[in-house]
Design a protein around this ligand. Structure first.
Ligand code: AMP
Ligand code: GLY
Length: 430
């Protein structure tokens, strides 16, 4: 099969790295890709959001199967456009991607199908949102309905902060059209984890859990980021909790979407808060759905997957997941993100990264590129905020952490930084 991956981050490098290992894969392209992806795929200079350009490229190149990484092209209807052109694609249609693209849609869907999630209200009128906030009290969470590049969620410790959030979203239009509607919801206090399922429109199979580190600095300090590191499995998600998430959250959602005429095919990423239940036992509650793999969660899942990814994704796109039985390494995987100084604020591009070949020699380490490009003279240059995902697989999380940081220490990039404590929650749990 000739395969095209859409996207150019660490998630897409991990997908390309894994797809390339499939005996079914006879050719691999990636749009737009990056310097690391160029080692395993042919990079195509097309934006991930250029729907007509991607469809034209796929048709002219005779692509048999397209795997879409990021949410934007999914919400824009790339999978619909590819299918209309007769090209098989993995990922939800635009209608099904609303599960990530509209928080109001997602909350109402959960309510209709009994999925356990935070209590909420949906508002297009700022005064009604404010009345709801005053009635509920704080802490409380204000969210834009639409995609806001991961910044549309405001956790408010006081009522005054929440009222100010409504003003900046709905009156000052800080997030543009994404904030024309808001969701106001109950604050859930617990430990957060990511859970992934592969869905074929009718059913789903688990891919397991991971934990991300959202804050920029050690000790979970500093501003929120796209994710500074991950590990899998996530010990907080015990087998019992994973079974509950499949039964109470994933399967009712997939069946509900099918019944409502928006079958969900693709990766369902459930952001879960594990909260103490009435009897003190942990209870999984849904924070949000995403319609794609997480980044950098994908990197650790791909390192742990033994099975043929391409075969599994094609089966999902064909509605035939019942034929698939996935096999995993029992090992743990851990990914340390190296970011450009200043990220998630302003940062420089074009600084040189050295030592990538040296880092590769550490056992069971793969350096996934997130934001890099190759200069004409062959040097690898930073080209984004999150730049590398140094990922190790080992018997335990502690070993994977040691190997990942051994590789990080061989990378010579003075203008970059990383957290030194990725994995601390899992290691503390023992
Ligand atoms: P979301 O984009 O919905 O994932 O929200 C971004 C982050 O905000 C999540 O990863 C959580 O850490 C936090 N968050 C979202 N909703 C809630 C909630 N209801 N209670 C507590 N934290 C939340
Ligand atoms: N790492 C979180 C996300 O991809 O949304």
């Amino acid at each position: 099969m000739k395969v095209l991956v859409v996207g150019g981050g660490g998630r897409e490098h991990a997908l390309c790295w894994k797809l390339k290992q499939s005996p079914l894969c006879t050719g691999l392209w990636c749009a737009p890709g990056n310097a690391g992806i160029a080692d395993v795929a042919t990079c195509v200079p097309l934006s991930a959001e250029d729907v007509p350009g991607l469809v034209r490229f796929a048709r002219e190149t005779g692509i048999d199967f397209v795997v879409v990484g990021p949410e934007q092209p999914l919400v824009l209807g790339l999978v619909d456009a590819l299918r209309a052109a007769g090209i098989k694609a993995f990922g939800p249609t635009g209608a099904a991607a609303a599960i990530e693209g509209s928080k109001g849609f997602m909350k109402d869907l959960c309510a209709r199908h009994g999925v356990p999630t935070a209590a909420y209200g949906r508002f297009t009128d700022p005064d009604a949102a404010k009345a709801f906030i005053r009635a509920q009290g704080a802490p409380i969470v204000v969210k834009t309905d639409g995609l806001a590049a991961g910044k549309g969620v405001i956790i408010c410790q006081t009522v005054a902060e929440a009222l100010a959030a409504i003003d900046s979203i709905m009156l000052d239009k800080q997030f543009g059209a994404a904030g024309a509607e808001v969701v106001v919801e109950e604050f859930l206090d617990g430990e957060e984890a990511s859970f992934f399922a592969l869905c074929d429109g009718n059913t789903a199979i688990p891919l397991g859990g991971a934990q991300d580190h959202k804050r920029a600095f050690d000790g979970d300090q500093g501003p929120n980021t796209g994710g500074m590191g991950t590990y899998s499995p996530a010990p907080v998600l015990t087998p019992e909790l994973e079974a509950r998430i499949m039964a109470e959250t994933v399967l009712p959602t997939v069946r509900g979407m099918a019944a409502e005429g928006r079958p969900f095919t693709g990766i369902l990423f459930a952001g879960i808060m594990v909260v103490p239940g009435p009897d003190g036992q942990p209870v999984p509650k849904l924070l949000e759905f995403n319609a794609r793999f997480g980044d950098p969660e994908c990197q650790v899942l791909m390192m742990r997957m033994k099975s043929d990814l391409l075969q599994a994704l094609v089966a999902a796109a064909d509605g035939q997941l019942d034929r698939i039985d996935l096999d995993w390494h029992a090992d743990a995987a851990l990914c340390v993100v190296m970011a450009a100084d200043g990220y998630p604020g302003d940062y420089a591009k074009g600084t040189e990264i050295r030592g990538l070949d040296a880092a590769r020699v550490i056992e069971d380490v793969t350096v996934f590129h997130a934001g890099t490009r190759r200069a004409e003279d062959g040097r690898v240059l930073a080209n984004g905020g999150r730049v590398l995902g140094v990922t190790a697989r080992a018997r335990t999380i502690i070993d994977a952490q040691r190997q990942a940081y051994a590789a990080v220490d061989l990378i010579d990039w003075p203008e970059g930084f990383c957290r030194r404590d990725i994995g601390w929650r899992a290691i503390r749990r023992g």
